[in-house]
Design a protein around this ligand. Sequence first.
Ligand SMILES: [Fe+2]
Ligand SMILES: [Fe+2]
Length: 191
Amino acid sequence: MDYKVLMLKKLRSYPKRINHTLNVLERALELGKLYNASLEVLEVASLLHDITKYHTKEEHLNLVKDESILKCYDESLHHSISAYYYAKEIGIKDAKILEAIRYHIWGKVEMNLETMILVVSDYTEKDRKFKEAKTAYKIAKEDIVKGYLYIMEKTMEYLIKNNINPHKEQIKVYNYYKEKCKGEIDARKNS
Ligand SMILES: [Fe+2]
Ligand SMILES: [Fe+2]
């Protein structure tokens, strides 16, 4: 299946989202090459990550089936869950592609490299004009985990400033990678 053709068709009424998707793909392939990640995984996951972005509540539910899953998350996150089921429905079986789509908003504990690259690419694609996106891109080219952590830190700051509680899974994954990164720095100091 040509996932690009599919994406262009599904998002044909949303040219900005098409542009964003193609930018994410470009960034993901660039970082993927830099970190020796699977470009096949990144290509499909990038093209499909926002494929259900404009679905109605009912359409999300038709894909996800279980309302209790959707209820655990803010509506702005529902598309990451429904896109995962959408990808499964069109026959995608690759666990890495499915993980990257499902967790493209803030990743998960022990995520695949491709998932982390997609999170970073979504935040740093070339039309993201805010300064944090530029900084995150710069850091990510040096160290993908640090780039990812910077994004998480800035997102947390933004949420707190706007009186929005971060999701418990978001806090968990943030703390996990913060600790992991700290551990690596400590190990380097000790050696
Ligand atoms: Fe998204
Ligand atoms: Fe996106």
